[in-house]
Design a protein around this ligand. Structure first.
Ligand code: NAI
Length: 405
């Protein structure tokens, strides 16, 4: 049965404090728990909360969603939402938000750093000094100015890399399955093969999909210019790592920077082996492309603002599991009814009929649906909230009702 939960947000996992002010200003009470919570603790500590703020270590599976029926929303203060059962959350009327682009710049900057580091063999030179050897040489060291950078996947990160690389005087070519507007003088090419053939360094910025799994294998590495280098700051499934290790050992590939791996440890201090370890001109990092303090702060602000807008106005823009509705500000003299219901025929007319029977005047109505859930918002002349609530709860398809006044 739909109930109005108290306006509290429980933030777990040391979410950046930049979130607090935004959430407090929106009228939410912020409570914090330092760690991720397991199912038992969730049931105990989150039972009365309106919103739950998590990062990647708290799992909200079907059971967890069902044990928190009053949850208005789950705020994922991170990029991915794999840790949440999105479908069940949607059917519970719990809106899920995340921050898909808040670390874009961090990844792009690290990529540029690696483009230069690989061209100058910085890590090898540095490792020698750390080991007590002086080795001053210009051999195999290059400026990046005038060299060609091939970008595979010209989305948020790829296009940022493109702009930064051109500012260093690089020539940029790219390949994307979708038609993307080239920024600056970047040149789109119509196949991966063409990008591989002309680039001095190739950087991958595609998502993990069946089509990108093993996208760079022995064949593709063989299509690259002799001595060219490759960067993978996207996902570990994209490069065939043994094939890359082989190509570096045989010097057909001149170096690599890798941030993501087919299998990654769950915790720090875990031992880790990678076929590229110890090879020349290889930079290995532990999936830190997006891990900067600036990105954490940006994630906190981005997600907190989405939660604040949803809480204050009902807007679900950029929610990942319920229909997106962008709403105008509510007029002070009107009551706003936010109604999630199962997406079956006839519910809207039942809602409208119910309000008409009560003599409630509807001034504006907004509706969006996905396969499972419909979200209807009605701005109505002021009326007794409890009467409307009682009538709408009686509609069997109702998932959740919230009123704003
Ligand atoms: P995005 O969705 O903005 O861009 C991806 C681009 O790849 C799109 O333009 C898409 O059309 C293109 N694409 C998809 N399939 C393709 C294919 N088969 N061939 C060519 N192009 C294809 O994604 P965004 O935000 O730029 O992220 C890119 C990658 O970076 C993702 O894999 C993401 O998981 C990863 N990432 C890694 C981080 C790290 O810490 N290392 C942090 C953030 C993102």
């Amino acid at each position: 049965m739909a109930r109005t939960p108290p306006p509290e947000i429980l933030l777990l996992e040391e979410i950046h404090p930049a979130a607090d002010e935004i959430l407090t200003q929106a009228g939410l009470r912020v409570r914090r728990e330092a760690n991720a919570l397991d199912m038992t603790s969730l049931k105990k500590l989150a039972a009365d909360t309106a919103f739950l703020g998590i990062r990647s270590k708290t799992t909200i599976d079907e059971d967890a969603v069902k044990s928190l029926p009053d949850l208005l929303g789950i705020a994922c203060f991170c990029i991915g939402t794999n840790q949440v059962d999105l479908k069940t959350a949607g059917r519970n009327g719990s809106v899920v938000f995340n921050a898909p682009f808040s670390n874009t710049r961090s990844v792009a900057e690290m990529t540029i750093a690696e483009v230069i580091a690989l061209h100058r063999r910085l890590f090898d030179r540095s490792a020698r000094i750390h080991a007590g050897h002086w080795f001053k040489s210009a051999r195999d060291a290059h400026e990046v100015r005038g060299r060609t950078l091939g970008i595979v996947g010209y989305g948020h990160i790829g296009s940022q890399v493109s702009v930064l690389a051109e500012s260093l005087g690089m020539k940029v070519v790219y390949y994307d399955v979708a038609s993307k507007m080239p920024l600056g003088n970047a040149q789109p090419l119509d196949s991966l093969k063409k990008v591989l053939a002309v680039s001095d360094v190739v950087t991958l910025h595609v998502p993990a999909t069946p089509a990108t799994s093993g996208m760079i294998g022995k064949k593709e590495l063989g299509q690259m210019k002799p001595g060219a280098m490759i960067i993978n700051n996207a996902r570990g499934s994209i490069i065939d790592m043994p094939a890359l290790a082989d190509a570096i050992k045989h010097q057909s590939i001149g170096g690599a920077a890798i941030d993501v791996y087919p299998e990654e440890p769950q915790s720090n201090d875990a031992s880790f082996h990678c076929p590229l370890a110890g090879l020349p001109n290889v930079v290995l990092t532990p999936h830190i492309g997006g891990s900067t303090e600036e990105a954490q702060e940006s994630i906190a602000r981005d997600v907190a603002l989405k939660v604040a807008r949803f809480f204050s106005t009902g807007t679900t823009t950029s929610a990942v599991n319920v229909p997106e509705v962008e709403l105008p500000l509510r007029r002070e003299d009107q009551l706003r009814i936010l109604h999630f219901h199962h997406n079956v025929p006839g519910v809207l007319s039942t809602i409208n009929g119910t309000l008409a029977d009560l003599g409630v005047n509807i001034n504006a109505e907004y509706l969006q649906s996905n396969a499972d859930v419909s979200y209807v918002i009605l701005d109505v002349d002021d009326y007794d909230e409890s009467v409307i609530r009682q009538k709408l709860i009686e509609i069997p398809e109702t998932i959740r009702i919230r009123m704003l006044r």
